[in-house]
Design a binder for this molecule. Structure first.
Ligand SMILES: NC(=O)c1ccc[n+]([C@@H]2O[C@H](COP(=O)([O-])OP(=O)(O)OC[C@H]3O[C@@H](n4cnc5c(N)ncnc54)[C@H](OP(=O)(O)O)[C@@H]3O)[C@@H](O)[C@H]2O)c1
Length: 259
């Protein structure tokens, strides 16, 4: 399917690995020029090269923490007339509620609610003026299904979702959409848990880990960043202009509900 977004400019935050990278790859495949981001410069450069080599699109690299206002400024400068914004960031680390304090709560809310809101605020006016905009926020299934120890992640992302529910309706008539993608269990470094960068997982242990994690998923497997990215690209396509303010679960059926 031609997604109709060839030549569009996209910022994909936190896109050097994992789900962000899956979105960047799919948008590049659709012909978008990209601005990619991640804190590790070397990994970011490798991803940017891979995308250029595979799809021949323009890729600007902005290394740094996406919640840092200076880095946000650089992202926006790299794509001054941005058509597509994919908000993503690392999630807060697992931490029991009793161990959180004011600083850690404010940090989590800054990273997973305030930072994406700031970027939306920066781009939405221009998108509305130009009559095209697609904003996708990568949140989490934990917005619907709380996970003990990831309460901060769930709360900050639910806050982002509710905040933008109203904003989305103010720009719907300008062909600007705002949607959220809720990953369930997708096979990325995050699901592998803490490990040294660059360490290769033992294949037998990796298969056992994936099987354990997938046991309660109706699809009986973990999702891939690539298939996640393809849904993102569709949400950013010209065909999805009447789809806004929605939470799209990418979870292999893990969230059990008729509606
Ligand atoms: N995978 C899942 O099944 C799943 C489920 C629910 C929710 N999620 C959420 O989805 C998001 C993406 O997860 P993932 O699985 O793709 O994680 P991942 O495999 O760990 O990848 C995270 C990516 O974000 C970058 N990043 C992390 N912190 C950053 C920061 N402060 N500024 C800029 N870039 C940053 C990382 O690069 P650097 O480390 O070099 O910065 C990397 O490119 C996370 O918020 C996660 O909580 C994932």
């Amino acid at each position: 399917m031609d997604l109709g977004i060839r030549g569009k400019k996209a910022i994909v935050c936190a896109s050097s690995r994992g789900l962000g990278k899956g979105c960047a790859l799919a948008l590049a495949e659709a012909g978008c020029d990209l601005t990619v981001n991640g804190r590790d410069e070397k990994v970011l450069a490798r991803t940017a090269t891979e995308i250029r080599d595979r799809f021949g699109v323009e890729v600007a690299e902005v290394p740094g923490d996406v919640a840092d206002p200076a880095v946000q400024k650089q992202l926006l400068a790299a794509a001054p007339q941005v058509d597509i914004l994919v908000n993503n960031n690392g999630g807060p680390p697992y931490r029991p509620f009793s161990e959180l304090n004011r600083d850690s709560i404010l940090k989590g809310v800054t990273n997973n609610m305030v930072a994406p809101l700031e970027l939306v605020q920066a781009v939405i006016g221009g998108m509305a003026d130009r009559g095209f905009g697609r904003i996708v926020n990568i949140t989490s299934l934990s917005v619907y299904v709380p996970i003990p120890g990831l309460d901060l992640s769930s709360g900050a992302r639910a806050g982002l979702t509710s905040f933008l529910a109203g904003v989305a309706r103010t720009v719907a008539d300008k062909n600007v959409t705002i949607n959220h993608m809720l990953p369930g269990k997708l096979d990325t470094d995050r699901l592998r848990g803490p490990h040294e960068a660059g360490t290769v997982e033992d294949p037998v242990a990796g298969a056992a880990r994936r099987a354990r994690l997938a046991a309660d998923v109706p699809a009986k497997r973990l999702g891939s960043p690539e298939e996640f990215g393809q849904v993102c690209a569709f949400l950013c396509s010209v065909h999805a202009g009447y789809l806004t303010g929605q939470n799209i679960m990418i979870d292999g059926g893990l969230y059990v509900s008729a509606f």
